[in-house]
Every structure is written in C-alpha cells, then in structure tokens.
Design a protein around this ligand. Structure first.
Ligand SMILES: [Zn+2]
Length: 340
C-alpha cells in the first residue's frame, strides 16, 4: 500500500485558479496584465534577483565542430558566472556585410546535451539559417555542458545524468532563484551582445527543442527584443505534463507557478510577435491527452494575438513522431517573420 501525494496536488490545482489566467478583452487590459504577470514571473523565477555585472567577453578560439566553423566565446553574465557559447557566422560571398543587415538567432539546447548537440540534432535548421544570413549563437545553459557541477562532469557513461539542474535548483531555491530564471537572464545578456554588433539588424529569433523550447518560451515571454520564437516539444498544459509527470527535470518547476499561470499565458506574453509551436503527435511529455493538451493552451495564446488582429502569427505544426525536433516549416516561418 502506498499513501501518495499526487492526487492531493492535482485537486489543489483543480480547486484553485491561476492568478494571472488570461482574460483581457482589449489591448489596454492586455498591457496591464502583461506588465503585472511579467513582474510576478521575474519575482518567482528569481530573474529579478540576478546580479548585473561587467559583460566581460572573450573570443577564445575558432574551431570546427560537427562540420560547422564555430567561434568559441565566453561571456560573464553575473559576477563570476561565465557562459560559453558557439557563434556561427554566415558565409558572405559578397564580402563585407553592410552595417545593420544581419539578423541573429539563438538556439538554446535541451536536456541530454549542450551547445555541441544542437549542431548535431538541429543541423539542417542551423545551416538553413546561416544560408538565410543569420548569425547563430548556441550557448551552454547553466548546469549543462561546460557548466556542469562536479558530480556530473566528465564524459564517461558513468556520468549518466547530463546536467546539474537538480543541484542548481536545490541551491537556488534557498536564494529565491531557479534554473529557468538564471537561463533567461543569461539569454538576455547574450541578446545584449548580439544586438550590439554593428552588423546586427535588430531582428532576433530564438528557437529550441525540449528544454531549449522551455528556455525559448520563457525568454521570449519575458523579453520583447525577441522578434520571433520557435518552441518544439515544450508547449502544453502543466497539469497533464509537469504535474502528472513529476519525474520531469527540476528546472521545469518554479515556486508558485501553478498558482500563477499556465503555458498558454507564457505564449500570450509573446503576442503579437511571430510564434511557432511544433508538437509530436505521440510526444509522451505532452501528457496523456497528447496534442489536445497543447491546443488548449494555444487557444489561450491565440486569444491574446486576436486582440492585435494577429492570430495568423501563431503557427502550430504537428508531426507524426514523438519527442523530437523536425523543423518543417520553420525556415519559411522565420523568413516571413523577417518580412522576406
Ligand atoms: Zn533541467
């Protein structure tokens, strides 16, 4: 006999309401709601507790990584917190790129890898983005890749867990911090840098799979500088997904989030910017109702876009697979978002 807690928490969720559930009926109400929800999310995620610092930056080397020519950079994002990232530049046959012409794309990675793995799993998407003129940045998230804490370091099979999100969640919890709050902060600092390049056009896209989709969703929800967002394998109602599958990584859990909002509201914060959601019809991480748990949330998001007359800027692509990135339609989506 087991006397468990999950049903208790599901009832708590069902009996309560999300304080920032989306109900705005006009743009003025939307603006008030957006500002208040962002402030709350910055508070509960610990984003607003991150410490500004000198953005010490170094271009360390240029390497060939998984067939790409990748510049290896490091950037200090908080005092003593260093984020390494790859920077990939498009080949430009015409020579110098005119100032202000280069769009930027950040590709945050998911679990089971770090910056190197996106160059494997999303290689076609990244190659096409480079062909379309994007400068592409692939960072390591806190706790992943070269940012793992000591118990998970090394590349031996014995290091079964590929990240230190549990440790960072536990440490951060006691300072009002979360893994996703820190990740969003780091992506904001990377955006500072990319948008500051003389050749930057000001167009910034973010696209990620799974944990990279989670980072994309939160980053885009919290920062209007993201011009277009692509999330794959990470957009669904929290009840079926994060609650009924509590074995999900600790980075998915933010204090009070289940009392605050759902993913549909995170999507609504991105309105009216172009937003692409990719789902696998048989992705178990979407929960037992699969895509129905995605479309319910997208309906909430679309209600916000409707206020702007911009419902056509939300795209939902459902493929026949599971928890995997396909990328179909994303190139056209980004081209259209750039007005090409
Ligand atoms: Zn995680």
């Amino acid at each position: 006999m087991y006397y468990t807690m999950l049903d208790y928490y599901l009832k708590l969720f069902d009996s309560g309401k999300r304080e920032f559930a989306f109900h705005a009926e006009n743009l003025a109400e939307y603006a008030v709601w957006k500002k208040a929800l962002r402030e709350r999310l910055a508070d509960i995620s610990g984003l607003d507790r991150c410490i500004p610092c000198e953005p010490l930056h170094q271009h360390v080397s240029t390497e060939t990584v998984e067939g790409f020519t990748a510049e290896y950079h490091t950037l200090q994002t908080e005092p003593g917190v260093v984020m390494p990232y790859y920077l990939l530049r498009p080949e430009d046959n015409a020579g110098m790129v005119p100032a202000g012409k280069r769009p930027a794309l950040i590709v945050p990675h998911g679990h089971g890898g770090a910056k190197r793995q996106v160059l494997i799993h999303q290689s076609r998407f990244i190659r096409e983005a480079l062909e379309d003129g994007f400068i592409v940045a692939c960072p390591d998230e806190r706790g992943s890749g070269e940012r793992r804490e000591f118990p998970e370091q090394g590349d031996e099979a014995a290091q079964a867990r590929s990240n230190s999100h549990r440790e960072l969640s536990q440490l951060g919890l006691n300072f009002g911090r979360t893994v996703i709050g820190g990740a969003v902060w780091d992506l904001m600092r990377l955006a500072d840098r990319l948008l500051d390049e003389p050749e930057a056009s000001g167009f910034l896209a973010c696209a990620g799979m799974s944990g990279g989709g989670q980072q994309t969703l939160w980053f885009s929800a919290m920062d209007d500088r993201v011009s277009a967002a692509v999330t794959s394998g990470y957009f669904y109602g929290v009840r079926d997904a994060l609650m009924e599958l509590p074995q999900n990584c600790a980075c998915n859990y933010v204090p009070h989030f289940f009392e605050t909002a759902d993913m549909g509201e995170l999507g609504a914060l991105i309105a009216p910017r172009p937003f692409f959601v990719e789902s696998g019809a048989d992705d178990p991480l979407s929960g037992k109702r699969r895509v129905a748990n995605v479309t319910e949330q997208l309906d909430v998001t679309r209600a916000a876009y409707r206020l702007f007359g911009a419902e056509d800027r939300v795209r939902h692509s459902v493929h026949d697979g599971g928890h995997e990135w396909r990328g179909d339609g994303m190139r056209e989506f980004l081209r259209q978002a750039m007005g090409k």
